[in-house]
Design a protein around this ligand. Structure first.
Ligand code: ATP
Ligand code: MG
Length: 575
C-alpha cells in the first residue's frame, strides 16, 4: 500500500497483481485522462492527469487524452482547446487524442445489442416517474410497465428515438438489471436519452446520447484501456461499469480503480462553481490569477514542475482528505528558489536623500577600490545631472551560475516603507533617526533627519553615507545589524504589483465563503532592468517574494506600467 512519501501506491499494487496474473495477456498497460470539455481544468484535474500519465509511463504503457463529450449542452470547443493546452503545459504528451463522440455510432450499436440480448428496454415513463419508482436504500424499486416490452418493440422504438420522432424526455433506454438490487445504480439505470441539441463535435447528427455510466466503460474498452482510474464517487458505479462490459461480452475488459479526489483548503474545485465566478464577473476569466485552474495558476506564475511535484507529494489514497494549500505554495517556492533571478523592488516607497553624495568622496572611493569590472561612475559631478555609481548584485545566491548584474546607485533612492520607523520598537534594526544600516551592495548609511510635509507626513529622509564602506572593498570595520534594499530614484521603473488572497475563506460557522478581499494592487519602484521583463518571466523581488510579469504585461489603467502578479511570498507557514 501507499506510504507517505508516495513511493508506492495501491494503484500500482493492483496493476502489479494484474500483470502477475497476466490479466491483459501481454497488452501494454493503458490509461486515459477523460475530461468532460465543459470548463477549464483545475488543480484537482492535475492530480488525475499526473496519476494517469505517470502510471502509464512507469509501466512502459500508454495514456490517451479523451474528451468525454457525451453531454452536448455544456460542452464547447473553447474548453477542448484549453484542456489540450493545459495537459501539454503540464509536461505530458498523450498517445492518442480521442473524443467519446467519435464512438456514438458504436455506442448506439452496443445499446441495440443489449436490447437484442434482452438486457435493455425502451421506457415511456417520464424522468420523474422513473425517479419515483426507483425505491430507496431500504425499499426495492418498482418495475416499469414497459420492462417486459419485446426486444423487437424496443429496437423499433430505439430506432425512432434516434430518427428524431420523439421529444426530449419522451422515451429513454434503460438497462434491464435488477429493480431490487441493494446498489441503486443497478435498478435499471437509464443508458440513453433524447436531447435535441447541437453537439460541439457531431453537430446535429445525433439526438440520442449515451449516459456516462454506459458510455464510459465502452470508451475505455474501445481504446484498450487496461486500468480506468477515476475518483471515489464512481466506486458505487463500478458494478454497472462491469455489467455493461460483461453483458456485451467484451474481451479483456478494463478494470476501474478509484482514488480520492484532491481537496484543497481555501479552494473550491467544482467546474460549475468556477464557471459561475467567471460568468458573474467575480473574476476576470478562467485564467484569473486567483483561480485554481491550470490557466489561473500559470498566469499566477506557477511552473509545471511545481504542480507535478505537488501532485507527487500528496500521493494517492482512497480516503478523502483536505490538503493544506500551503503545501502547493511550498512546492512552487521550492521550485523557484534556485531558478529565478532576484530584483530590487521597493514597496510603499520612502525617499532617501544622501546629502553628502556628490561631494567627490564617492569618486575617490570608486576609483580607489575599483568596485568590480562593472563598477564606476556615470553622470556629472557638477551636481546638475544625477551622479550614479554601479553596484554589483548577485542574481541568485543559491545559483552562482546565474551571475551578477549592475544596479545604479545615487544621491536619491527609494526604500521600502517597512524599512523605516521614526520611533522604532526595541530590536528594530532597520532605518530610524540616528541609526546606521547597510544598503545592500552599496554603503553604510545613517539617517540624520526626517523631512515632513505640512500634514506631518514623512516626505524624505536625509541621510549620509560613509564612502569607506563601499561594498566589496573588504571593509572590516564596525558592524551594522540591518541590511536593506533600495532602488535609485532617477532610474527607477514604476510597476504595478498585484497581491492575492484566497478566493475562499472560512466563514463564521467554519464553512467556506467568498473572500471579499482577494486582490490588492500597489505601485512600486523597481530597478531599471525590470522594464525589460518578458510576459511570464519570474523573479524574486528581494525580501518580498516571487513575482511574475503578467501575460498582459501593461496595465492601461496605470499609465502603461508593467503588471506583476505575486506568485507566492518568501516565507512558508506550511509545516
Ligand atoms: P468537477 O467536479 O470539478 O466539475 P469533474 O469530475 O466533473 O470535475 P471531469 O472533466 O469529469 O471533471 O474530470 C476528468 C477527470 O478528472 C475525472 O477522472 C475525474 O475523476 C478527475 N478529477 C476531477 N476533479 C478531481 C479532483 N478534485 N481530484 C482528482 N481528480 C479529479
Ligand atoms: Mg465529471
Amino acid at each position: 500500500m501507499k506510504d507517505d512519501t508516495g513511493n508506492s501506491n495501491f494503484i500500482y499494487d493492483f496493476i502489479d497483481e494484474d500483470i502477475a496474473a497476466d490479466r491483459y495477456q501481454g497488452r501494454p498497460i493503458y490509461t486515459r485522462f477523460p475530461p468532460e470539455p465543459n470548463g477549464y481544468l483545475h488543480i484537482g484535474h492535475a492530480k488525475a492527469i499526473c496519476l494517469n500519465f505517470t502510471t502509464a509511463k512507469k509501466y512502459g504503457g500508454k495514456c490517451n487524452l479523451r474528451f468525454d463529450d457525451t453531454n452536448p449542452i455544456k460542452e464547447d470547443t473553447e474548453y477542448v482547446e484549453s484542456i489540450e493546452n493545459d495537459v501539454r503545459w503540464l509536461g505530458f504528451e498523450w498517445n492518442e487524442l480521442r473524443f467519446a463522440s467519435d464512438y456514438f455510432a458504436r455506442m448506439y450499436e452496443c445499446a441495440a445489442e443489449l436490447i437484442r440480448r434482452g438486457k435493455a428496454y425502451v421506457d415511456d415513463q417520464s424522468a420523474d416517474e422513473i425517479k419515483r419508482t426507483r425505491g430507496t436504500l431500504t425499499e426495492p424499486g418498482k418495475d416499469s410497465p414497459h420492462r417486459n416490452r419485446s426486444a423487437e418493440g424496443s429496437l423499433l422504438l430505439f430506432d425512432e428515438m434516434k430518427r428524431g420522432l420523439y421529444a426530449d424526455g419522451e422515451k429513454v433506454l434503460r438497462a434491464k438489471i435488477d429493480m431490487s438490487a441493494p446498489n441503486i445504480n443497478l435498478r435499471d439505470p437509464v443508458i440513453y436519452r433524447i436531447s435535441h441539441s447541437e453537439h460541439h463535435n457531431t453537430g446535429g447528427e445525433w439526438c440520442v446520447y449515451p449516459m456516462y455510466d454506459f458510455a464510459h466503460p465502452i470508451e475505455d474498452a474501445i481504446e484498450c484501456v487496461t486500468h480506468s482510474l477515476c475518483t471515489m464517487e464512481f466506486e458505487d458505479h463500478r458494478p454497472l461499469y462491469d455489467w455493461v462490459l460483461e453483458s456485451l461480452e467484451w474481451e479483456l475488459p478494463p478494470r476501474q480503480i478509484e482514488f480520492a479526489r484532491l481537496n484543497l483548503t481555501n479552494t473550491v474545485m467544482s467546474k460549475r462553481y468556477l464557471k459561475a465566478l467567471v460568468d458573474d464577473g467575480s473574476v476576470s476569466g478562467w485564467d484569473d490569477p486567483r483561480m485554481p485552474t491550470i490557466a489561473g495558476l500559470r498566469r499566477r506564475g506557477y511552473t509545471p514542475e511545481a504542480i507535478r511535484a505537488f501532485c507527487e507529494g500528496i500521493g494517492v489514497a482512497k480516503a478523502n482528505s483536505v490538503v493544506d494549500i500551503g503545501y502547493l505554495e511550498h512546492c512552487v517556492r521550492e521550485d523557484l528558489k534556485a531558478k529565478v533571478e532576484s530584483r530590487n523592488v521597493v514597496f510603499d516607497p520612502v525617499k532617501v536623500v544622501i546629502t553628502n553624495w556628490g561631494d567627490g568622496a564617492e569618486l575617490a572611493a570608486a576609483d580607489g577600490d575599483s568596485a568590480g569590472s562593472d563598477g564606476g561612475s556615470v553622470g556629472g559631478a557638477d551636481g546638475s545631472a544625477p551622479l550614479l555609481e554601479n553596484a554589483e548584485m548577485e542574481n541568485n545566491r543559491e545559483t552562482p551560475e546565474l551571475g551578477t548584474r549592475t544596479v545604479p546607485f545615487g544621491r536619491e533612492l527609494w526604500i521600502d516603507g517597512a524599512d523605516f520607523i521614526e520611533n522604532p520598537p526595541k530590536k528594530y534594526f532597520r532605518l530610524y533617526p540616528g541609526n546606521e544600516v547597510r544598503f545592500k551592495g552599496a554603503y553604510f548609511i545613517t539617517c540624520d533627519a526626517v523631512v515632513k510635509d505640512a500634514d506631518g507626513r514623512v516626505t524624505e529622509l536625509h541621510c549620509t553615507y560613509d564612502p569607506a564602506t563601499h561594498s566589496g572593498s573588504g571593509f572590516e570595520g564596525r558592524k551594522v545589524k540591518g541590511t536593506i534594499h533600495w532602488v535609485e530614484a532617477s532610474t527607477a521603473v514604476e510597476i504595478t504589483v498585484r497581491e492575492y488572497g484566497y478566493l475562499m475563506t472560512e466563514g463564521e460557522d467554519g464553512e467556506s465563503v467568498r473572500n471579499p478581499d482577494s486582490v490588492r494592487e500597489m505601485k512600486c519602484y523597481a530597478e531599471p532592468s525590470v522594464a525589460d521583463a518578458r510576459a511570464g518571466e519570474r523573479f524574486q523581488f528581494f525580501r518580498h517574494g516571487y513575482y511574475v510579469a503578467d501575460a498582459e504585461l501593461t496595465d492601461s489603467a496605470h499609465g502603461g506600467a508593467k503588471v506583476f502578479n505575486q506568485i507566492v511570498g518568501l516565507k512558508s507557514s506550511w509545516k
